[in-house]
Design a protein around this ligand. Structure first.
Ligand SMILES: Nc1ncnc2c1ncn2[C@@H]1O[C@H](COP(=O)(O)OP(=O)(O)OP(=O)(O)O)[C@@H](O)[C@H]1O
Ligand SMILES: [Mg+2]
Length: 450
């Protein structure tokens, strides 16, 4: 950059000096012509005197040389002088005598410019040299350089700041859009809006309308399931009643009796499914504050569930073992652990998990129910020694209607776990599952302690 500035500025000053040299040459030639016309033969001394007289003010110093490089005359600051030993750049004089101009700039910013003067035979008879102080030019150059570098610095700062601003103003909305997409994938639909008219703004509007449509669609789907379940409830109750009547009535035909038993069993299964669907749609509609919540002692609650499921387990050759919470160190008799839940729903959730443990275990085996606690949490653990769930399915079994590949050993609709999840989340808790195929499953419910 510095070199480029030097190069272009010297081209300018060179041009200026050439113009000046041309003008001086003209004046010099005028003297040559005048002198020749009056006297015929040229008289060097007189010519030099006249030329100096005419050109003495055209530079800080003005010099005239003859074709043998001898200094013929000299003027300093406009005054013709006859002595003194000036600094001479012989190479420049030689070059001028060969027909072209030459110059040198000294460290103290003096420019020595030599140019040839031709006589009437077009021979380079004289060299005219002037010395120019060009320190003003260096001062201007320094200023230009300063302005340029300061400008470039400012420009770089401006570019950096504006690119930072651009980066920030694009990453912020992208983060917002990403957040919206992530919450959509969790089925949490919220409005997306960006106050801008570019592509990002359009993308936000597109996402917003997609979110609204998805939300409406899911609501419609849930409403549909809820309505259908309701509609099915009454006819199903009638079917179940009649099947029971037929099954319990006197019947000699063994085959028919089997069919009636099957009818009753299947209508029971359907009733359970409808009840579960209705429970789920109740969750979809109701806000959590509509549920009755009370401070519930969890040891008791689990004990009751274990007792109610005991018979079913025993029928399958499975034992249920309940381990109460450890007593508090400061109060050795107290093992009471409370959580704010709806006891009926919480029992339903735990019973559902125990039901799974029974359903997906062979016999003989053990189901372990264990209650522990921390100062802030109540932890209920249901561990079985059953068939287990494959790792890639573990995440999906809590989805509605999802049944794992190994579930064909038992009947079910795939709704149980999703209901448990809904219930536990209603009480600000969560469910965690661990499982190993062939070894068993552990389901953990964590609730805030009351
Ligand atoms: N303790 C368990 N051991 C092995 N697999 C299980 C266990 N609990 C759940 N699963 C798997 O998770 C799937 C979903 O369970 P979920 O309770 O939701 O449905 P289901 O038991 O099949 O039907 P439902 O409970 O509605 O009668 C089951 O189909 C089964 O594949
Ligand atoms: Mg189940």
């Amino acid at each position: 950059m510095n070199k480029a500035i030097d190069y272009y500025s010297f081209i300018t000053i060179e041009k200026q000096m050439m113009e000046k040299a041309d003008l001086s040459e003209l004046s010099f030639r005028e003297v040559l012509a005048q002198h020749r016309s009056s006297t015929g033969e040229p008289q060097t001394k007189e010519i030099v005197r006249l030329a100096l007289e005419k050109l003495k003010a055209s530079g800080k110093e003005v010099r005239i040389y003859d074709s043998s490089k001898h200094l013929l005359g000299l003027a300093v600051d406009g005054i013709i002088i006859n002595d003194g030993k000036p600094l001479i750049f012989e190479k420049n004089i030689e070059k001028a005598l060969s027909g072209s101009y030459a110059y040198t700039v000294t460290e103290d910013h003096l420019l020595y410019f030599a140019t040839p003067i031709q006589d009437q035979y077009y021979e380079n008879a004289y060299v005219y040299e002037f010395v120019e102080d060009i320190s003003y030019f260096y001062a201007i150059m320094d200023q230009i350089r300063y302005i340029l570098f300061a400008g470039a610095g400012g420009f770089i700062v401006l570019i950096t700041l504006s690119s930072l601003w651009i980066a920030k103003s694009t990453t912020k909305p992208i983060k917002l859009l990403l957040g919206a997409v992530q919450s959509f994938s969790r089925q949490e639909f919220r409005r997306v809006h960006l106050n801008r008219k570019d592509e990002l703004g359009m993308l936000a509007d597109g996402l917003d309308s997609m979110g609204r449509q998805l939300h409406d669609y899911i609501q419609y789907q849930k409403q549909f399931v809820s309505n259908v379940s309701h509609e099915l409830k009454t006819p199903l109750a009638a079917i179940r009643g009649f099947s029971q009547y037929l099954y319990e009535g006197k019947n000699e035909d063994k085959e028919l009796q089997k069919i009636y038993a099957h009818l009753l069993q299947e209508s029971d299964r359907l009733t359970r499914l409808i009840n579960e669907l209705l429970l789920l749609s109740r969750f979809d509609k109701a806000g959590s504050n509509e549920l009755e919540v009370e401070k519930t002692e969890m040891n008791e609650l689990i004990q009751q569930v274990a007792a109610s499921m005991g018979a079913k387990a025993k029928d399958k050759g499975i034992e249920i073992m309940f381990r109460e919470a450890e007593p508090e160190p400061e109060d050795k008799l107290m093992t009471r652990v409370h959580a704010n839940v709806n006891p009926m729903l919480m029992s339903h959730a735990i019973a559902n998990l125990v039901d799974n443990a029974i359903k997906y275990s062979g016999s003989p085996s053990l189901i372990e129910l264990k209650l522990t606690h921390t100062p802030s949490e109540v932890v209920i653990r249901i561990r079985d020694q059953g068939i287990g769930i494959a790792g890639d399915e573990l995440e999906r079994v809590q989805e509605r209607f999802y049944r794992a590949k190994n579930a064909s050993t038992a009947s079910g609709s795939g709704l149980g776990l999703s209901i448990c999840k809904e219930i536990v989340e209603r009480f600000n808790g969560y469910i965690d599952m661990e499982s190993q195929i062939g070894e068993g499953t552990t389901v953990t419910i964590v609730l805030p302690r009351a």
